[in-house]
Design a protein around this ligand. Structure first.
Ligand SMILES: [Zn+2]
Length: 309
């Protein structure tokens, strides 16, 4: 499993395809979609040089494009984790022998986040103007957006991603015996574990990135918005899940060491005021009117995030 051969990549691409189909079907059902084409179409491009994920609007549907370069970029820290015995043996899902190869599982979780983020650009109405393509990492001059507006869109997509990810987690907790084979507490601890590493990695790759929120803030958004969403969908207190998740964070920190320390200096009120600013920017751009459909617990309709999240 530590070998990144043809078979490995084939499976990674096929898993990504499955995730897109699953999300597309869910959204089609919510939208009562009757078209003969999917709401989200998955396209894989075997280009190792292009590391950016893309989303294209095609009329009322969209296409998500993952390049080989993007999947390889994502795999870099996963391989490090797989090769590091202390790290890989710390997973609850490995300890309980639910999973033997942690690599695919991590890929799936991270790809889900990226997928939700990209689809967020579409559903949140970022592509309803002249632009039909959202290119994540390279250039965005063609989008004709100011840097300020572009950044606000990234906050919007991050919030959509956190909400979608934790809504799926709520469903898993509600029906643990459904199609999931995981113990939910093990799962929650391990996602805390890998998402801490994920945002540290994003911060390492792009420390002076000003086109996206800084990595620490993205992690805070994932955590705080995620747990507000979880609480909403479970209609109960989620302190227990939050503390399990945080224990995964801390374990990840002890594996990562110094580099992760910056990430523990949480300052929610700082992030919260940035959210407020970016929410204003989105409202000024009438994004609340440009949503493709009603988004559950849309932060542009209910400002439930600025308070005690
Ligand atoms: Zn984005």
């Amino acid at each position: 499993m530590k070998y990144r051969n043809k078979e490995y990549w084939k499976k990674v691409v096929s898993n990504a395809n499955d995730s897109v189909i699953q999300l597309s079907k869910k959204l089609e059902k919510e939208r009562n979609w009757k078209k003969d084409y999917p709401f989200i179409k998955f396209i894989f491009v075997d280009d190792e040089q292009d590391e950016s994920p893309y989303i294209h609007r095609v009329d009322d549907a969209c296409e998500i494009i993952f390049n080989k370069g993007f999947l390889k970029w994502l795999d870099e820290p996963i391989l490090d984790i797989a090769l590091d015995e202390e790290f890989s043996n710390s997973f609850e899902l490995v300890k309980s022998q639910t999973i033997s190869d942690i690599s695919y599982w991590i890929q799936n979780q991270w790809i889900s986040w990226f997928l939700y983020h990209e689809v967020g650009h579409f559903i949140c109405g970022h592509l309803t103007g002249k632009s039909k393509i959202w290119e994540e990492w390279t250039s965005y001059e063609h989008m004709k957006l100011s840097a300020k507006t572009k950044l606000a869109y990234e906050y919007d997509a991050d919030i959509f991603a956190a909400q979608t990810y934790f809504r799926a987690l709520a469903n898993m907790i509600k029906s643990p015996s459904g199609s999931y084979k995981f113990d939910t507490n093990d799962f929650i601890k391990d996602i805390g574990f890998i998402f801490f590493a994920f945002f540290v990695y994003i911060g390492r790759k792009n420390p002076t990135n000003n086109s996206h929120p800084v990595a620490q803030d993205r992690m805070m958004i994932f955590l705080r918005i995620g747990f507000v969403t979880l609480q909403r969908f479970l209609s109960r207190n989620v302190d227990k899940e939050m503390s399990i998740f945080k224990s995964g964070f801390m374990e990840s920190l002890s594996c990562i060491g110094d580099e992760g320390l910056n990430f523990t200096k949480f300052n929610w009120s700082n992030v919260s005021s940035k959210l407020k600013e970016n929410r204003e920017e989105l409202l000024n751009n009438k994004l609340n009117e440009r949503r493709l459909s009603i988004i559950d617990a849309d932060w542009l309709r209910f400002n439930y995030l600025s308070s005690e999240a």
